[in-house]
Design a protein around this ligand. Structure first.
Ligand code: NAD
Ligand code: GLY
Length: 359
């Protein structure tokens, strides 16, 4: 097992990465404050892994709340069912919430923990590659609103993250590839050595080689932890973690969160950010080709499905990186060098959007 530390003073926490860690009492119980534990999961993951977690937490009064599966359920209405259950079962402010699932479950459970009785501890047990390399670390929690993705939420750090890489064995190939999009992201924004390693090892990752996956997860969590420690509440630097996300979130929202996975939308978004960066003369065309080749080798899409450009522009305008009416984007000056800027010129952005979206 490898353990990384997210150093945030009183809110510091460990990320444990390894095999057979699910429900490990020695890893989980130091972070559980009182006797009451609510495990939040979904109808796909619970039959696979809930029993193992319950077995590890046998000494606590555990209750499992099982949500429907899907990004379309990441809503205030479904979030309310967690509060209904907590209050109906007389959970008090010593309760601990445990997120067992992918990014949807992690984001919703974290937000519920941030709000319930003004904040109770929560633990992350991420079960998708995307959640293991990204969403379980860093404390962004929340739900979607019909007018925008992740628009209602809070920064609220977990007390620990336990990554059992064995859970990836039941994840389908498409979800694995979607998680790889976020791994590739770290290489593009700040870790050129990771990018080169991925160019050589993407085949092993797709073949689910255990040591390659462990390396990719560890390097991703290290990159994410380093950025979060420098800028926990996204005053500046942390926004680089959103490479491709402004385009990607607009694609996802325009598709009603159905049809494409988050990681797929991010992949196409990263390619569009590279396209815009090349138009600006900031990124070499050869680097854009390396990015395209790696995304394609990972089985990820480069271009979005046909979507109306006006709708995409409208959705991009409600991005959380809009400041005083100006949309800031994460763009590239090279592989390993990202910038967050509103100085890209509206014409260049229009040209990129015209290339990938319908009139
Ligand atoms: P997800 O949570 O919807 O999980 C994907 C699918 O895999 C679901 O059907 C789920 O039930 C299933 N699944 C999960 N683990 C499994 C396993 N081990 N075996 C078989 N099936 C399994 O999607 P995701 O890709 O994990 O996360 C996407 C969400 O994460 C989005 O809502 C996105 O906004 C959010 N996100 C948050 C952050 C953050 O910093 N908080 C970062 C990136 C993404
Ligand atoms: N996934 C983007 C962030 O955590 O900031």
């Amino acid at each position: 097992m490898k353990t990384l530390q997210v150093d945030l003073g009183a809110r510091s926490y460990p990320i444990h990465i390894g095999r057979r860690l699910l429900g490990s009492e020695p890893l989980l119980s130091p972070h559980i404050v009182g006797p009451q534990v609510m495990i939040v999961s979904n109808e796909t993951i619970a039959p696979l892994y809930l029993d193992k977690v319950l077995a590890g937490l046998g000494k606590y009064q555990c209750h499992a709340h099982v949500l429907p599966d899907g990004e379309q359920y990441k809503t205030l209405d479904v979030l309310k069912t967690i509060f209904d259950e907590l209050l109906g079962r007389r959970f008090d402010r010593t309760a601990t919430l445990v997120a067992l699932g992918g990014g949807v479950i992690g984001d919703m459970t974290g937000f519920a923990a941030a709000c319930f009785q003004r904040g109770v501890p929560f633990l992350q047990i991420p079960t998708t590659l995307l959640a293991q390399v990204d969403s379980s670390v860093g404390g962004k929690t929340g739900v979607n609103h019909p007018l925008g993705k992740n628009m209602i939420g809070a920064f609220y750090q977990p007390r620990c993250v336990v990554i059992d890489t064995d859970t990836l064995s039941t994840l389908d190939d498409r979800q694995l590839r979607a998680g790889l999009a976020e791994v590739i992201k770290y290489g593009i924004i700040r870790d050129p050595a990771l990018f080169t390693w991925l160019e050589h090892n993407i085949g092993s990752l797709l073949a689910r080689d255990a040591s390659a996956l462990a390396h990719a997860i560890e390097q991703s969590c290290r990159n994410k932890a380093e950025v979060v420690v420098l800028d926990e509440r996204e005053g500046g630097l942390r926004a680089i973690l959103n490479l491709g996300h402004t385009f990607g979130h607009a694609i996802e929202t325009a598709m009603d969160y159905q049809g494409w996975l988050h990681g797929e939308a991010v992949a196409a978004g990263m390619y569009m950010a590279a396209d815009l960066s090349v138009r600006l003369g900031w990124l070499a065309a050869s680097d854009q080709k390396r990015i395209a080749a790696l995304l394609e080798k990972a089985g990820l899409p480069l271009v979005p499905p046909p979507l109306p450009r006006d709708r995409i522009i409208e959705l991009m305008a409600v991005d959380k990186k809009v400041q005083q009416g100006r949309l800031r984007l994460v763009l590239l000056k090279g592989i390993g060098e990202a910038v967050v800027t509103a100085d890209y010129g509206a014409d260049h952005l229009r040209a990129t959007l015209a290339t990938y979206f319908e009139a």
